[in-house]
Write a protein that binds this ligand. Structure first.
Ligand code: SF4
Length: 453
């Protein structure tokens, strides 16, 4: 499917909406929820398990950042935090089927590369003493070249990490100054070179568009710089300006140089054109991968999945997440840890798993989640296939939702017949808007999401 840019249609439909890394979204999570379902699911199931560890520390705040971070230069903060992660893992393991093989581990943040080599080994001992990580597990880390070193990367390899996601964002110095993140291309080159030397098998690069002073030229140069690093995957993010949630983003308003929506769209068009011209496959809403990368293979085989880390491959696994703000997930439940350190610490010190809130999915939620995820990953709904998966005849059960898509069909964003629904090249960029028709909660939460384009 070739992506087509129709500015008028994009402007017509562009509104706020979820990115659907989960359904229902985190806005539905509640404190008054019974925690038994997540403990039961993780304790009784036998299939592979994914682990997530949140390392919240960063030495300096990037002003565009929307992550849950703790800004500090005190290395010892991470020692105390690792002790808490150890406590949390010990509490979880009492409730988890210990024999479950761990097939994926993800270290996110913040900046996990904040950890010193000694702290990385401590994390490795938490990981391997409580869990059975398989030999071929995919173990990935989000790495900031500014805080990474070859010694840290070597320690990560020693404890089993084999994939890495590097934050680059944009290579222009004026943009970097405006977002308080100076990161020369030479540093990126040096980082990628030692990561490859050490045997990391998959390198992803994260980029952001829509930052102050970013222009079509700066985006083109960033793309050239990124391609020269030869990454396996690239993830591009539309900068979400949400200063009511992240007050530091107000600093970007002072530049008076945030690109207009149409300019951002033009940047995204350049991103798609340049990466696909360089041989990358456009995946989902905002990812690119080499044609032989597992993400591209999963796209072809319609086995792509979406989770809190974005697009992923492989069978669905339960996710056991540790650290502040992290979100665990089973077939029918999402649970999030406390976001603030004092509450997180106090729960652990009183011997409790630090879950703050969560959501238990009804069967109807699970059906809608499957429909939304198939749309976000495959850009189509084959009614026969989906009906089998959700256990009800989709075109009857969701006749109202499908009818509501007729105006989008008239605008050429999708095609429907009695067998299914196919998103067109024009509709691809509006996939979130199409998926929103199946979201039963949107009317309660729309204004709290970012714009879809
Ligand atoms: S390094 Fe990453 S997590 Fe930390 S402030 Fe910058 S963008 Fe946010």
């Amino acid at each position: 499917m070739k992506t087509e840019f129709d500015l008028e249609l994009i402007q017509k439909y562009n509104r706020s909406g979820p990115r659907y890394t989960s359904y229902p979204t985190a806005l539905q999570f509640s404190e008054a929820v019974d925690k038994a379902p997540i403990f039961d699911a993780l304790g009784q199931a036998e299939g592979p398990l994914s682990l997530y560890f949140h390392i919240p520390f960063c030495q300096k705040l990037c002003w565009f950042c929307a992550c849950n971070t703790i800004i500090t230069t005190k290395q010892e903060s991470a020692d105390a935090y690792l002790d808490l992660l150890d406590k949390e893992a010990a509490l979880w393991i009492q409730r988890t089927n210990r024999k479950r093989p761990v097939s994926q581990v993800h270290l996110g943040g913040g900046s996990p590369s904040f950890l010193s080599p000694e702290q990385i080994y401590k994390l490795g001992s938490i990981l391997h003493s409580y869990f059975s990580v398989t030999k071929d597990a995919e173990c990935g880390i989000e790495l900031d070249p500014r805080s990474s070193t070859e010694a840290k990367a070597a320690a990560l390899r020693d404890i089993g990490f084999n994939r890495v996601s590097i934050g680059i964002q944009e290579s222009n110095t004026k943009v970097q100054k405006a977002i308080n993140r100076i990161q020369p291309q030479e540093l990126n080159q040096e980082t990628v070179s030692y990561l490859r030397r050490l045997g990391f098998t998959s390198i992803n690069v994260d980029l952001v568009y829509g930052l102050p002073y970013q222009t079509q030229e700066s985006i083109r140069q960033t793309i050239v710089d990124v391609i020269s690093l030869n990454p396996d995957r690239i993830a591009t993010f539309n900068y979400a300006h949400v200063p009511w949630m992240k007050p530091a983003q107000k600093l970007l308003e002072r530049t008076n140089a945030l690109p207009e929506a149409t300019e951002k769209l033009e940047m995204f068009r350049i991103i798609i054109e340049e990466f696909t011209a360089a041989g990358y496959v456009f995946i989902g809403m905002d990812h690119f991968a080499k044609p032989d990368d597992p993400l591209s293979v999963a796209l072809k085989n319609k086995t792509l999945r979406r989770n809190f880390q974005g697009y992923s491959t492989g069978a669905r696994t339960d996710i056991l997440a540790m650290g502040i703000s992290s979100i665990s997930q089973s077939e029918n439940a999402y649970f999030q840890n406390f976001k603030e350190m004092p509450e997180y610490r106090s729960k652990l010190e009183s011997g409790q798993v630090p879950l703050a809130k969560g959501y238990v999915l009804t069967e109807e939620d699970q059906r809608r989640r499957e429909i939304i995820m198939r749309l976000m990953c495959d850009f189509e709904l084959d009614y026969e296939v989906v009906s089998k998966r959700i256990g009800v005849e989709m075109s009857n059960a969701y006749a109202t939702e499908l009818k509501s898509l007729e105006s989008m069909q008239a605008d050429g964003l999708l095609v429907m017949d009695s067998n299914g629904l196919w998103v067109t090249g024009k509709g691809r960029l509006l996939i979130r808007n199409i998926a929103m028709h199946f979201d039963a909660y949107l009317k309660f939460s729309e204004q709290r999401h970012s714009k879809t384009i």
